[in-house]
Design a protein around this ligand. Structure first.
Ligand code: NAD
Ligand code: DAU
Length: 372
């Protein structure tokens, strides 16, 4: 494929499509390309939830398959059955804190699982159907580049990899395997390295949904270290659009950075979310009835729940993305403003109490009890 050709997927396999970004991507894709077939393969770990896909469940072009990416034979069977031409690979262990307390699962899923999937893709696309148009779109992270100091220029695609957490190391390793399948076997691949996402369906172990849901229950808001670490926040739909542009317009074998041009210190984000949640509840008597334990209903403010705790070991100080390559080559830029994106996100968690209560029960509660 040359630079100018547009790649057009038809039958897409989305791994990890019951998780946060995967589910948002599936919603985006079926809305944007209603004629495409979308098959989700997900092992339904603590982070995967079929309820995230309820809106597309009855779509005849959608299918959910409960399966593990570590199962090579099963993946190959599915690729044949559905004549898959495109894999969008989200499935992963994704939480840095979990990778610190238990790195093995990250090596299993992120490294070995990605490799089993690459093997299945190679078998179907290159060995069984040589010449078949195909694409393996690997979804990775900016954490592979390590950390930045305050005045460092943002990460570019040629910034050397320097992963600091077991999570980041596992994603870096998976990126290298994807690259090796492109270089060695000629599998068509692209990699996206994206910054911190936020939006609906994010599991409340990650900073923004954790803060929203803890406020609603008047629980402490844990700030690691001095709270001045910086992240570059991106609304999840912009990530989906970025992946779409890479798939259709990206040069094969290339990596593209996707970011929000939206750097915030953690403590500033937490303060902002505190004010937003307080305001929403103050303005709405129904929410006051629904969340009687929230700080405003107790004559307090959410900020009073802020609690500085021990820092995350190896905590990266700053992430920031230089989006020039994706902007120049594929026309990517974020469209959601942080002001509107964060308001939509807070509103979503206020409206979907049953969702977050249900995903936080069970295994999540067991894990969190072991941490604190
Ligand atoms: P998530 O933890 O919300 O979802 C992961 C999904 O993968 C879950 O549905 C889970 O059940 C599934 N899964 C896990 N192990 C599996 C296995 N062995 N086989 C099949 N399915 C399995 O993660 P997310 O935040 O949606 O992240 C999705 C991808 O995007 C990950 O690869 C992550 O590294 C990457 N990413 C995330 C962010 C972010 O801010 N969340 C930013 C950049 C990149
Ligand atoms: O940069 C992309 C990455 O962003 C993705 O690859 C990861 O999958 C995703 O989890 C996210 O990683 P972070 O570690 O940046 O996200 P998290 O929400 O865990 O933390 C954001 C920042 O907030 C980080 O500096 C740690 C801090 N933090 C987090 C939690 C959960 C706190 O201060 N307190 C907390 O309780």
């Amino acid at each position: 494929m040359t630079n100018k050709e547009i790649y057009t997927p038809k039958n897409i396999l989305v791994t990890g499509g019951a998780g946060f970004i995967g589910a948002n991507f599936v919603h985006y894709w079926l809305k944007t390309y209603p004629d495409n077939r979308v098959v989700v393969m997900d092992a339904l770990t603590y982070a995967g939830n079929v309820a995230n896909l309820a809106a597309v469940e009855s779509n005849p072009n959608f299918r959910f398959v409960h399966a593990d990416i570590l199962d090579y034979e099963n993946s190959l069977k599915l690729l044949r059955e559905e004549n898959i031409d495109t894999i969008v690979h989200f499935a992963a262990e994704s939480h840095v804190d979990r990778s610190i307390s238990g790195p093995d699962a990250f090596i299993e899923t992120n490294v070995k699982g990605t490799h089993e999937l690459l093997k299945a893709a190679k078998s179907y696309w290159l060995d069984e159907n040589p010449g078949m148009t195909h694409l393996f779109q690997h979804v990775s992270t900016d954490e592979v580049y390590g950390t930045l100091e305050a005045n460092d220029p943002p990460f570019r695609e040629d910034t050397p990899y320097a992963p600091n957490s077991p999570y980041a190391a596992s994603k870096a390793s998976s990126d290298f395997f994807v690259r090796s399948y492109q270089e060695t076997y000629g599998l068509n691949t692209n990699i996206s390295n994206c910054s911190n996402n936020y939006g609906p369906y994010q599991f409340p172990e990650k900073l923004i949904p954790l803060v929203i849901t803890n406020i609603l229950e008047s629980k402490a808001l844990p700030i690691y270290g001095d709270g001045k670490q910086i992240r570059d926040w991106l609304y999840v739909d912009d990530h989906a659009r970025g992946i779409d542009l890479i798939m259709r317009k990206g040069r094969k074998g290339e990596a593209y950075n996707i970011g929000g041009i939206n750097e915030w210190a953690n403590i500033d984000i937490v303060n902002l979310v505190c004010d937003l949640v307080d305001q929403c509840i103050q303005d709405n008597p129904d929410l006051q009835k629904q969340f009687p334990n929230s700080p405003v209903c107790q004559g307090k403010t959410a900020k009073e729940l802020i609690t500085y705790v021990k820092d995350r070991p190896g905590h990266d100080r700053r992430y920031a993305i230089d989006p020039s390559k994706s902007n120049n080559e594929i026309g990517y830029q974020p469209v959601e403003s942080f002001e509107t994106g964060i308001k939509k996100t807070v509103d979503w968690y206020l409206k979907n109490e049953a969702w977050w209560r249900s995903v936080m029960s069970g295994e999540y509660q067991d894990w969190i009890k072991k941490q604190y």
